[in-house]
Design a protein around this ligand. Structure first.
Ligand code: EGV
Length: 375
């Protein structure tokens, strides 16, 4: 565990502590059991290794990008154009994007709240940040000072589950085109929420805006961090993304891409329905444990694989509860750090991961209610 005070630590350091054992409902990474179909894909890895060794990388990459992105409604993703690259993770894609944006502007308007590694990566590249509430983005015309050169939106957003609607994106993209701002999107949770699966690329291309999109396979399947972050940009996006990508890597593993193609194909054939079912069941199970007690589910309509709960005013605050739960062997996340511009806004909320077995979610929910009551 890092020495810093819990309310000064970043979320990933707390997620790292959760990896050393205990009941981990901390990170948004998939830690539920493989389905039988997914187990069969894992069993085929030796054969996939032989196939990956033989085939042309570019072909394997285009196949994986097509299988994954078309499976979540992104038919106009720029597959095969040279403007869609594969990174080891979406955060690697994010850092490349941050470096490229810093080449273009000093100030970014960033959705607030959101997962803290996003502002941390942007600030790490010297960018100044302006918080924009979700509601202002929905309107599509946020009030921004001239020095803001880009708008960065996480949709579905983490930890709220808020989704930028198709009309909201159309308005926001038109606004960015009109005001000469880059529109950057982190869509890492979109495969979990069909409301986020309208064709983003069709809208972005038609808008005339300069745009960057970061996709992620890493929140969906329990593949032990074998994943890819896809980084895409527009034909007129004037950012050194390919140059900065090439500084970081030559290519991800074709074996991982082949495996992702199989998982994406299985997902289209019913795997997504199973995943959405698991997340919905776990959200309902959490709500049932909380029902009638002092803690409530913050975002009942959210569909992503994390859930916020709101704590009673007379109970422990988020950091005190986080500490007490760690002492009891259960790892959640206090929501302060998601509110990267005003941490006190998250002082009465904690987040639980739902991409877990049903038993883990119920056990964690019970531990949380017991700890609140014991305060
Ligand atoms: N590069 C980082 N820090 N990765 C952690 C991130 O994937 C966790 C996350 O997004 C979540 O728990 O919601």
């Amino acid at each position: 565990p890092s020495g810093a005070e819990p309310d000064r630590r970043n979320l990933t350091s707390m997620e790292t502590d959760a990896l050393i054992g205990g009941l981990n409902v901390s990170d948004g990474h998939p830690r539920m059991p493989l389905t039988a179909a997914q187990r069969a894909i894992v069993d085929s890895l030796p054969a996939l290794f032989d196939e990956a060794e033989k085939r042309v990388f570019e072909e394997i990459e285009a196949e994986a990008q097509q299988a994954f992105l078309h499976g979540i409604g992104q038919h106009r993703a720029p597959v095969g154009t040279g403007r869609l690259v594969s990174c080891y993770s979406s955060s690697v894609a994010m850092d490349i994007t941050a470096r490229a944006l810093a080449h273009r502007t000093d100030t970014i308007a960033l959705v607030h709240p959101t997962f803290d590694n996003i502002p941390d990566l942007l600030r790490g590249r010297g960018l100044k940040l302006l918080p924009v509430p979700e509601a202002e983005l929905t309107g599509g015309e946020p009030e921004l000072p001239d020095e803001v050169g880009a708008v960065f939106v996480t949709t579905p957003n983490n930890p709220t589950g808020w989704v930028l609607s198709e009309d909201g994106l159309r308005r926001l993209a038109a606004f960015c085109a009109r005001t000469g701002r880059v529109l950057a999107m982190d869509t890492c949770f979109r495969a979990q929420d069909e409301r986020a699966q309208y064709d983003t690329y069709a809208i972005l291309e038609e808008s005339g805006a300069q745009w960057v999109v970061i996709e992620d396979t890493g929140k969906l399947w329990p593949t032990l961090e074998l994943k890819a972050g896809f980084l895409a940009w527009g034909e007129h996006t004037d950012l050194p993304l390919l140059e900065y990508f090439s500084d970081v890597l030559l290519s991800v593993s074709p074996l991982v891409l082949l495996m992702l193609t199989r998982f994406a194909q299985d997902a289209e054939r019913g795997g997504y329905a199973e995943l959405h079912g698991l997340i919905a069941r776990n959200r309902r199970a959490l709500a049932q444990v909380l029902d009638g007690g002092p803690v409530r589910l913050t975002d009942p309509d959210a569909r992503i694989s994390v859930a916020r709960v709101t704590l009673p005013e007379d109970g422990p605050d988020a950091v005190a509860l986080y500490d007490e739960l760690v002492r009891r062997g259960t790892h959640v996340l206090p929501c302060g750090p998601f509110h990267w511009d005003r941490p006190q806004d998250g002082v009465r909320q904690v987040r639980l991961a739902l991409a877990r077995s049903g038993e883990d979610v119920v056990r964690a929910a019970r531990a949380l209610v017991d700890a609140v009551r014991a305060h």
